[in-house]
Design a protein around this ligand. Structure first.
Ligand SMILES: NC(=O)c1ccc[n+]([C@@H]2O[C@H](COP(=O)([O-])OP(=O)(O)OC[C@H]3O[C@@H](n4cnc5c(N)ncnc54)[C@H](O)[C@@H]3O)[C@@H](O)[C@H]2O)c1
Length: 253
């Protein structure tokens, strides 16, 4: 039980990778705050955790709003005591050719995927530093933080920014005993990507992107997140761990 009685806050935990991550932390003894814009999905995740014997609480949060992020952390501290781990999984993406992307769509993706991650990291770290408490942060980057994805100029820019802000925060927070890392998933089957799998030819093309000739599952990302958040990764900070089935290892001929 690597996270026995640790207070773990996961954003975007109503769905996909965040949801699975919240469940894995709870299975390892963590007391998990399941934060999401969609309170109903967060509530369903908490029900599943409780049914498996874990401890969790659902909280509505908009990661782009500093007051909402503060309320999330207030509730986490009130429910479960001092903060230990933050996972910033809330994210959105566009699929729009660059020439057609509106300023509104660009701003929306950057707001959630960059500003939202920064606001959560900063607010979480401020509380740890004030309490002189060590801790660990894991941000959701993407293979799109290392290479471009077509028709996703905002998402690609945002995920490159997550890789960069993870490094910068690691430098600023290391002296306070706070580690900041990211994971870079390949294509993971989740509600965000579910439409890819409805067309079998497209699903085959997704498989072919990966050296392992398959897409990934949320659990496989959750395992990497738990490793980075745990004491097993005590000398890891500022890194993005790529978990992509070989998608970025090289071009497949
Ligand atoms: N699925 C993939 O293939 C994949 C690959 C690489 C990276 N990622 C990243 O992993 C993270 C999770 O992706 P997923 O596949 O689980 O997506 P998902 O769509 O299944 O879940 C994302 C969750 O974030 C929540 N959310 C959106 N905006 C929010 C906001 N403003 N405040 C709070 N919550 C908000 C949504 O309600 C949703 O529950 C994202 O950051 C995504 O970019 C996903």
């Amino acid at each position: 039980m690597r996270f026995q009685d640790k207070c773990v806050v996961v954003t975007g935990a109503g769905s996909g990778i965040g949801r699975r991550t919240a469940m894995e932390f709870a299975a390892e003894g963590g007391r998990v705050v399941v934060g999401d814009l969609d309170l109903a999905t967060a509530g369903r995740c908490v029900e599943e955790i409780a049914a498996a014997g874990g401890s969790a609480r659902a909280v509505a949060v908009d990661v782009t709003d500093p007051a909402s992020v503060a309320a999330l952390l207030d509730e986490a501290e009130a429910a479960f005591g001092g903060l230990d781990v933050l996972v910033a999984s809330a994210g959105i993406r566009e699929i729009v050719p660059a020439l057609e992307l509106s300023l509104e769509e660009w701003n929306k993706v950057l707001d959630v995927d960059v500003t939202g991650v920064f606001l959560c990291n900063q607010a979480f770290a401020r509380r740890l530093v004030a309490a002189e408490r060590p801790g660990s942060i894991v941000n959701l980057a993407s293979v799109a933080g290392l290479q471009a994805a077509p028709n996703r100029v905002a998402y690609t820019a945002a995920k490159h920014a997550v890789v960069g802000l993870t490094k910068a925060l690691a430098l600023d927070l290391g002296a306070h005993g706070i580690r900041v890392n990211a994971v870079g998933p390949g294509v993971i089957r989740s509600p965000m990507t579910e439409r890819y799998f409805q067309d079998s030819a497209f699903a085959d093309s997704i498989r072919a992107l990966h050296a392992l000739e398959r897409w990934g599952e949320p659990e496989e990302i959750a395992k990497a997140i738990l490793f980075l958040a745990s004491d097993e990764a005590s000398f890891c900070t500022g890194t993005t761990m790529v978990v992509d089935g070989g998608m970025t290892a090289g071009k497949r001929m």
